[in-house]
Ligand binder design. Structure first.
Ligand SMILES: *Cc1c(COP(=O)(O)O)cnc(C)c1O
Length: 477
């Protein structure tokens, strides 16, 4: 009996049938999303309702309905009116390549458990490194997300910069990193995991322009030294998550070189602008960074979750988790690049190299330029649309595809406007035609959009402002 269940579960014919049906369902879904035939990006339901629905479904639901139900009840990133968080609608060929990984399950912790993705990973990271402007000493690998990649990079930094062997002996010094207060929360989390404590996260205030006020670096550094904190790294955001503003990487690089500090660039979102001939100026100086993070699932059209972590001096990527003294590894001529788990946090990971390789092989590097350029152009367009509109105000002129703005008509009182904009966002969420998010900057509540879908049109963006205006009119009867 049991045997039959297993036979069914592994039946190639069932897979073939179900697979064909599923691919058709997904293709129909992409079609109706991209062509705006579906009315809603999201059919929002409160968490308790969603829980109850799936609990009931488990008992009563029939398997054939399962996949369509998942598609229907999910948020639809391929809909051009999805303008919310920074996750991309994956290019379908990249999704198909991820299916190979999900099917073959080559875990890649050791070379022969993932020969194909291991080789591809080397090719891909060499390609990205050349785009960054690194030389042949550089190296990199893929890992599961920007959060994990940032932590890994900071571990590498600590090992490379400090002459104490913390990995083996632990430590009781005060260590620190410097980072803009606007950086992604995962940097602080990484620092806390590393035991730096609150005082080890030296937060440099942001300038008026919401990026790091680099004129304060020296002052904060000296203050840290006085307090006996040994700073080992500076993290630059490319760009920061809330507002999409890039830190001045050139200035950070010269500061780090003067003080012999590690420069890490968190380009999880917008490091991909290295591919855009029009926007690569946003990451000017990135080639001086000791390490760089770029997410595949944000600006590079891939399914979650895959992130490139690149090192200017490749040998640093080999010493992060090594038990041996660094000099032994640095001296070894043949670091085994093909045993990836020695360098990554993960043991088993997905065959993520395939997704990058497939896009590059199928469409060439131009596709990355095109995607970043189209999305950043749309961000600029939306910025000017907002600033030209009398009912709206920008938080800051956008540098990327992230645009923060708010509705300002009818009151001059910050508290009232904050409540109004929060209510607008809740109405939008429950309405579901558009999906956008929100953020608080210096006490002011903003609506926040990230244009992730290259098929979002100027008409869609105009329509969003119109919709918000009509919601606002209805709220304040
Ligand atoms: C998204 C983001 C992260 C986190 O990356 P994940 O891939 O979601 O773990 C870190 N830093 C920045 C700047 C980001 O935009």
């Amino acid at each position: 009996m049991k045997n039959d269940i297993l036979k069914m579960a592994y039946s190639p014919e069932n897979f073939r049938k179900q697979g064909h049906v599923l691919i058709d369902q997904l293709a129909d879904h992409f079609n109706s999303s991209i062509n705006r035939e579906s009315e809603k990006v999201i059919r929002w339901s409160p968490p308790e309702d969603e829980y109850a629905y799936w609990k009931g479904f488990l008992k009563d639901g029939k398997t054939p309905k399962l996949f369509p139900e998942i598609i229907e009840r999910s948020i639809h990133l391929h809909n051009p009116k999805y303008i919310g968080h920074q996750v991309c609608p994956p290019a379908p060929i990249a999704s198909l390549s991820a299916l190979i990984s999900a099917s073959l399950n080559n875990g890649a912790a050791v070379y022969e458990m993932g020969m194909v993705p291991t080789a591809m990973e080397k090719i891909i990271t060499e390609f990205i490194n050349s785009k960054i402007g690194y030389d042949e000493n550089s190296r990199g690998f893929l890992t599961s997300g920007g959060t994990l990649a940032n932590l890994t990079a900071l571990l590498s930094a600590r090992k490379a910069i400090l002459d104490i062997d913390i990995w083996n002996e632990g430590q009781n010094q005060n260590l620190g990193i410097m980072v803009c207060e606007e950086a992604h929360y995962c940097i602080e989390r990484a620092a806390k995991i590393m035991g730096l404590g609150t005082k080890g996260i030296i937060k440099i205030p942001a300038s008026k322009g919401f990026n790091m006020d680099v004129s304060l670096l020296e002052t904060y550094y000296k203050k840290a030294l006085k307090e006996n904190i040994k700073v080992f790294a500076v993290v630059g955001s490319a760009p920061s998550t809330a507002t999409g503003m890039y830190d001045d990487l050139e200035t950070l690089a010269s500061f780090c070189s003067n003080h012999k500090l590690w420069l890490h660039v968190d380009g999880a979102h917008g490091g991909a602008s290295i591919f855009s001939s029009k926007y690569k100026h946003t990451v000017k100086g990135i080639q001086h960074a000791d390490s760089v993070v770029i997410d595949g699932h944000k600006m590079m059209m891939m399914p979650t979750i895959t992130t490139a972590l690149l090192y200017k001096k490749g040998h640093h990527s080999h010493t992060t988790f090594s038990q041996k003294a660094d000099y032994l590894l640095e001296q070894s001529e043949h670091e085994d690049w093909y045993n990836l788990a020695k360098r990554t946090f993960e043991c088993t990971k997905t065959m993520m190299g395939i997704q990058w390789y497939t896009l590059l092989k199928t469409y060439g590097e131009d596709i990355f330029d095109e995607n970043v350029t189209v999305l950043y152009d749309l961000g600029k367009y939306f910025g000017s649309l907002v600033s030209d509109h009398p009912d709206f105000e920008l938080a800051i002129e956008p540098m990327s595809n992230i645009v923060c703005f708010r509705y300002i008509t009818g009151s001059k009182d910050t508290t009232e406007l904050n409540a109004l904009n929060a209510s607008i966002r809740q109405h939008l969420l429950e309405d579901g035609e558009y999906y956008i998010v929100q953020t608080k900057l210096r006490g002011i509540h903003y609506l926040r959009t990230t244009i992730m879908n290259p098929f979002t049109s100027k008409k869609d963006l105009n329509g969003l402002l119109k919709k918000i205006k009509s919601i606002a009119d209805n709220i304040r009867i």
